[in-house]
Write a protein that binds this ligand. Sequence first.
Ligand SMILES: O=c1[nH]c(=O)c2[nH]c(=O)[nH]c2[nH]1
Length: 313
Amino acid sequence: MDRSYDFAISYGKIRVPLYRVYAQPLSGIQAIPESTYTGRSNILFATEVDVEVTGRNFLPSYTEGDNRNVVATDSMKNFILHQGLHFEGSTLEQLLDHLGRRFLLTYPQIENLSLSARELSFLPIQRPGQDGKGITESAVLFSRSHNDVAVATMAFTHDGEQPVMTTHRCGRINMELFKVTGSAFTSFIRDEYTTLAERVDRPLFIHLNVYWTYTNAASLLNADMSGYVPAEQVRDVVQVVFDDFVSESIQHLVHEMGCRLLERFPQLATVSFDAQNYTRDLVMTSESDDKVKVYTDPFTAYGDIKLTLSRKV
Ligand SMILES: O=c1[nH]c(=O)c2[nH]c(=O)[nH]c2[nH]1
């Protein structure tokens, strides 16, 4: 039998949980008008890391059962956890850069590597100050948050002896934003398939992922964090735009968000959005006050709107 097929192969480990305590605090962040965020203590720096190896030299592990160029995914997990202790940075991206370079130096057998990190969000609990005055944040107790989180992905390869980063993408995912008034969707194509009413003012509920890349990856990794764009600030800009902007559609909204982000952060090259439409269906309007309404979940399929804005070169 002829078995000369084309191959697309990769292997790795997904969701390696890493809880590093007392990592380097994140400071030196430029403040922006839309956000109070200027850094974090990193007393608890928690993330899940994915590692994916690509290349050709481990093809024999598939075709012949020859594992001589295979790094056991269990060793990858141990390597990540071990490096967690040596990590001296303060961001997800610095962690991936640290891991990527060391993976390639440690395992020359690995041709190309993609690493992703997803924040495991923990927020300090609020409590009365030790002096009995005011409310302060605990320095030891953190509450797991299942809100939106920061993500990052980086790819690495060898340039001679040296590991190099080839691509990067940062992000904030799982935002869920409900705006009760100030969003429209009208004047779309109407034909025999149209049941949707024109809505000059709809309650717009979206699930939103935002991603961005830098023009120069150095501003992303510099120890001087003045060019770093924290995912929390991106979230805050996106939220403020949604709050302010009366959109004609989600397409219109994400375009405005994208323009505002590229204006706010000149160091960024691209911003991308994946927005899902979870707009609720109207059930009833109050007879005495037409601002007061009840909505319920809509039909379970949802619209999916995507956009990438790139600065012209
Ligand atoms: O913002 C929207 N964009 C669409 O393309 C669309 N399509 C739809 O049915 N509702 C909406 N809302």
